[in-house]
Design a binder for this molecule. Structure first.
Ligand code: SAH
Ligand code: SF4
Length: 350
């Protein structure tokens, strides 16, 4: 049975229209689902019994519940969700007082093979449905103390969002729909390893909007190919050209994520090349010191080098922020999500 959480507003409105229902019913249903966050159709008390029955016959509202939630000292929560087919995904909640950020997964595993990323080791198992993406935010709400809000969404968990383009667009439509969660698109960021046709399509897509982030991580074709095999298919040169042509509004910039790997991407020569590479793009850089994990062959840069690297960019007119390490002790940081059954001695309790 189809999940009600897979339905975008236009899809639901169309289904209801075919049933002879008034269009405002779709608004009411979105409100119940994403504002009041009810668990069942029977709780949608302003819908007629007839409509409730029809909805329950066509759609399920069942969502897999989070398991194994772990909390780090800084408040970061990571949780695992077992999916209907037995696969599992991880989601992270980054805590900022009463407004939080959820880091969403878009696939089980990832097929892009980036050498510094633990998710890559899983390979691609499958795409997530829009409902499975949306359910991560509902599950996050269930885990947060009452009254705490989720203000920002980042598509930076497991998977390559643009490798699951249509479903990601549908999830964005649901998140930004004014009748539903009503997230502002400015508070949502989609991060891609650089799938050029989808970047171009996203720039034009009228259905949904979000901030764009590109995982750059290499400043020459060769260097990037070594760590991000996708570069062989989508060259760095073409990627930068697509970013330069990307339609950005006034004051809007593309975020270029740059993972600092000791001795591989963290030299001052790299910093210099990065400034040159991005000179014509509306860019800001987010530096991410490598998050180590057993099984990954790289090392984190020294704090002194991170500082020098950032200062070089800033001194040369390139806005650059440093991603602060989050979720230490529970492997919740970027590139550490793997959602595979870990050995007993590797699991950590909340
Ligand atoms: N697949 C998408 C989004 C998820 S990865 C993408 O690659 O953009 C989110 C970010 O984590 C990316 O910028 C990636 O470069 C970074 N990342 C992956 N593994 C990492 C690691 N071990 N340490 C630090 N950052 C990492
Ligand atoms: Fe996939 Fe992103 Fe990890 Fe690369 S960094 S393997 S694209 S999740």
């Amino acid at each position: 049975m189809q999940s009600l959480l897979d339905q975008t507003y236009p899809q639901l409105a169309e289904t209801l229209a075919k049933e002879g229902e008034k269009s405002f019913r779709a608004s009411q249903i979105f409100n119940w689902l994403y504002q009041k966050r009810v668990a069942g159709v029977e709780e949608m008390s302003n819908l007629s019994q007839g409509l409730q029955n029809k909805l329950s016959q066509s759609f399920t509202l069942k969502r897999e519940k989070p398991q194994k939630a772990q909390q780090a000292k800084d408040g970061t929560i990571k949780f695992l969700t077992p999916l209907a087919d037995g696969l599992q995904i991880e989601t992270v909640i980054l805590r900022h007082g009463d407004h939080n950020t959820v880091c969403l997964s878009t696939q089980v595993g990832c097929g892009m093979g980036c050498r510094f990323c633990l998710t890559a080791k899983m390979g691609l198992k499958r795409d997530l449905t829009p409902g499975e993406i949306v359910a991560q935010v509902l599950n996050a709400y269930d885990l947060l103390p009452p009254g705490e809000k989720i203000r920002n969404l980042v598509y930076m968990g497991m998977g390559e969002p643009f490798h699951n383009y249509e479903r990601v667009i549908h999830s964005l439509m649901i998140f930004t729909d004014p009748q539903g969660f009503a997230f502002s698109w400015r508070r949502i960021t989609v991060s891609t390893s650089g799938l050029i046709p989808e970047i171009i399509q996203f720039g034009k897509d009228q259905r949904a909007k979000a901030n764009l982030a590109i995982s750059l991580n290499g400043v020459t074709e060769e260097a990037r190919q070594q760590i991000m095999p996708i570069t062989k298919k989508h060259s760095l040169t073409k990627l930068i050209q697509a970013c330069e042509a990307y339609p950005a509004e006034k004051r809007e910039r593309i975020t270029f994520e740059y993972v600092l790997l000791q001795g591989v991407t963290d030299s001052l020569r790299d910093a210099k090349a990065l400034v040159k590479l991005l000179s014509r793009a509306k860019a800001k850089v987010n530096l991410i010191p490598f998050n180590p994990h057993s099984g990954l062959e790289f090392a984190a840069p020294t704090p002194a080098r991170v500082k020098e690297f950032q200062e070089y960019l800033l001194n040369h007119g390139l806005p650059a922020t440093l991603r602060s390490p989050r979720g230490q002790g529970i492997s919740a940081a970027c590139g550490q999500l793997a959602a595979q059954r870990k050995k007993e001695n590797e699991t950590e309790a909340v």
